[in-house]
Design a protein around this ligand. Structure first.
Ligand SMILES: [Ca+2]
Length: 377
């Protein structure tokens, strides 16, 4: 397939800033003249992507398939050996990550909507690992299963991230959409960020391992629906993004044991209007680093590193579903100092940075695309 190429001139400059800044130098770095290539457009709601290191990509489709896509966009047959996945509502196959030792062990990790028993409508988010060989998964092991499982098909979270040293795997979860009362309770995994070792064991240094009534996998809590996660290269810290109710999509840098407020505090409001919880602030609950109000339905995030857009080193790129965009956030320490928006007029699910510095995006569509952003020189 020959990639379609078009030059994408700047459609929108969303110049929004939470903090005032006199220094206008940061305004020099813009989305202007970004070239958008279409690598392929035949994927059914693609959700997660990993570069295999040889030009090929491994891509999940929410509809329950895992496929290899060649560098030229050729889509492979579904990889066999996946567990039963409940595809319904927002549920299906979600994210994937390669093992930190993938070149030696060929192991992949992936998250999905797991039924309680075969065919059951009662589900939650699970994470499995398996060895990929000859387009087939081997030695499959479920290493995490969110408890409790519930009826309903919403707010699964599902994003994965390894710590910089590869010792820990973070799993972003959601509140199932109708279990808000469980989110502030540590005896379940609803609305939590969890941290495990890659073999599924619980790290002894997790914040609640010594608390009898708490799930030991919990890293932080009070999350509504975590949709994007990446490690900040300069600090090794995990950053997450989550959906707010109507408004109040958040960027957080979750610290162990802390409470991120949902559903007690939020910058958003209920759909159709009406306050959620008690407002914006409460002692003992963390404020987000950044929030989008109105919501962009934030999805994937990636810290930019690379040669294609050298002026953007360390920027956080965040994609939007409803917002149909990539937001580029300039970050100083743990503050966002500037935002600029690239409107793409398509729902964008995920963003990944290739080793050559080009930016790969997944579109959330029945004929979903892999888009590649390059500097238009
Ligand atoms: Ca929050």
């Amino acid at each position: 397939m020959k990639p379609l190429t078009m030059t994408f001139l700047l459609l929108s400059l969303g110049l929004i800033s939470l903090t005032s800044h006199a220094d206008s130098d940061i305004l020099k770095t813009r989305w202007a003249d970004v070239k958008v290539d279409t690598v392929t457009s035949g994927l059914n709601h693609p959700w997660g992507l990993a570069f295999l290191g040889d030009g090929r990509m491994l891509v999940t489709e929410r509809a329950g398939n895992l496929r290899i896509v060649a560098a030229d966009g050729t889509i492979g047959e579904p990889i066999s050996g996946l567990p039963e996945i409940k595809v319904r509502g927002q549920g299906g196959l979600f994210d994937l990550r390669l093992s930190p030792n993938f070149s030696q062990d060929n192991i992949i990790y992936f998250s999905y909507s797991e039924p309680e028993t075969a065919g059951s409508e009662i589900t939650s988010t699970a994470v499995a690992r398996a060895r990929l060989e000859n387009n087939k998964l081997h030695d499959l092991k479920v290493i995490f299963s969110q408890q409790p499982k519930v009826m309903g098909g919403r707010h699964y979270g599902g994003r994965l991230a390894f710590s910089a040293d590869g010792e820990f795997l973070f799993i972003g979860l959601g509140d199932h959409g109708h279990r808000q009362e469980d989110v502030q309770n540590l005896s379940n995994h609803t609305g939590k960020l969890v941290r495990i070792h890659p073999d599924g064991s619980v790290p002894k240094t997790n914040p609640f391992v010594h608390q009898a009534d708490a799930k030991p996998e919990i890293w932080s809590y009070g999350h509504r629906n975590i949709q994007g996660m990446d490690i900040q290269p300069t600090t090794g810290k995990l950053w997450t993004v989550e959906h707010g109710p109507q408004g109040g999509d958040e960027v957080n840098m979750p610290q162990p044991g802390l409470n991120y407020g949902w559903p007690v505090i939020t910058h958003g409001e209920q759909y159709g209007g009406g306050e959620v919880g008690i407002g914006f602030k409460k002692d003992g609950m963390e404020q987000p680093i950044w929030h989008w109000t109105p919501s962009i339905a934030v999805s994937g995030v990636a810290f930019y590193q690379g040669d294609q857009f050298p002026q953007w080193q360390g920027n956080l790129l965040a994609t939007g579903l409803k917002g149909q965009q990539v937001a580029r956030l300039e970050v100083n320490g743990d503050h966002v100092i500037h935002q600029e928006t690239l409107n793409l007029e398509r729902r964008i699910r995920e963003v990944k940075i290739a080793s050559d510095g080009s930016i790969y995006l997944l579109t959330d569509e029945p004929k979903g695309a892999i888009l590649r952003l390059l500097a238009a020189k």
